[in-house]
Ligand binder design. Structure first.
Ligand code: SAM
Length: 328
């Protein structure tokens, strides 16, 4: 498969926001370049994992994003043939709206070479079965070994959505869910991706889950993973939209309804999400967040406290943080 590569010249501190904005318009898998060297594994996991914050350097950063190219040299964006100038215009519009509230540096876009790689499926060779404590997480194309039969097993194919379970932040959330899920749990999973956290909670005994995501790729991924895990159709509902500022999504998700809200999203999203999501939670409800790189711990803890929640626990894995709080 061929991919046209584009490079954006920006600043280190704007990387996460640009990646997230590119994601919003369907340009997934953006990569940070010219940075502290990454391991091959880290590079390959970029497609499915959160980009780790890198050490500070000269402040200049380069981001690459890829657009699929057909045999006839046409570009496909969100599955539709799109002129190169329209892709550039869409990206420039995103960069302009970021410019209104942050310094993104030069923000110039250059068109690079076409690469012939199976970018979409490349990561699969690095996704192998593994355990989160006693839970087995296994790609849906791998077989369960005899000795694992009987334990909790989560079958996952994230497709082009996020969430193999390999990322530290997902594992932090799974461990917190294990502490708080009961048979009566009504769960809201903001940024559900592959649906892994809802599926884990349902397997732990939760009554019902609602997942939301901005990324439409989450819909087929959730459907497939529900089926692979024998989750009854009605036990896990999914909706696309931004709960932060879309009243219709908030109304559909419902108010004062959830025993647990889990959100494994970058700190920059958790900050505006938190004061909104408290209205979806029942009194006594638990808020489990992750996606927080260690230097953003205080930012999220402060946002959680400012929203009136009581911080119960902060847990860590590698350079990632999870904050768990309660609505009293
Ligand atoms: C780090 S992934 C987490 C996926 C999965 N829950 C997991 O733990 O592995 C974050 C997800 O949040 C979604 N996302 C980002 N901002 C969002 C928002 N405002 N509302 C809903 N989903 C959002 C992204 O599309 C992505 O699927």
């Amino acid at each position: 498969m061929k991919w046209k590569k584009f490079r954006i010249k920006t600043k280190t501190e704007a990387e996460d926001m640009i990646i997230s904005s590119l994601y919003d318009i369907g340009l997934e898998g953006a990569q940070i370049e010219d940075h502290v060297p990454l391991t091959t594994l880290e590079k390959e996991q970029m497609f499915v994992d959160i980009l780790p914050d890198m050490q500070e350097d000269d402040g200049i950063a380069y981001l690459s994003f890829f657009v699929e190219e057909t045999e006839d040299g046409e570009l496909l964006m969100n599955g539709e043939v799109t002129a190169q100038e329209d892709i550039l215009k869409a990206v420039e519009e995103e960069l302009d709206s970021l410019r209104t509230f942050m310094d993104i540096g030069e923000g110039s876009i250059e068109i690079d070479e076409t690469e012939d790689i199976d970018w979409i499926n490349n990561w699969k060779q690095y996704f192998k079965q593994f355990y989160v404590d006693d839970i087995l997480i296994i790609p849906s194309w791998e077989k369960v070994k005899k000795e694992d039969e009987g334990r909790m097993i989560i079958h996952i194919d994230p497709g082009t959505a996020f969430g193999t379970g390999m990322h530290e932040t997902t594992q932090l959330c799974i461990r917190q869910l294990k502490k708080y899920v009961t048979k009566d749990t009504e769960l809201l999973d903001v940024g559900t991706g592959s649906g892994i956290l809802s599926i884990a909670a349902l397997k732990m005994g939760a009554k019902h889950a609602v997942g939301t995501d901005l990324d439409t790729c989450a819909v087929p991924a959730v459907e497939e993973n529900k089926e692979a895990n024998d989750i009854p159709e009605a036990a896990f509902d999914m909706m696309i939209g931004n709960i932060i500022d879309d009243k219709e999504v908030q109304d559909t998700v419902g108010y004062e309804k959830y025993d647990i809200v889990v959100a494994n999203i970058l700190a920059d999203v958790l900050v505006p999400l938190t004061p909104v999501i408290i209205h979806q939670m029942k009194k006594g409800g638990i808020y489990i967040t992750s996606g927080i790189i260690d230097n953003k711990e205080e930012t999220v803890v402060n946002a959680v406290k400012a929203a009136g929640l009581e911080v119960l626990e902060v847990t860590y894995q590698g350079e990632w943080v999870s904050v768990t709080a309660r609505k009293n």
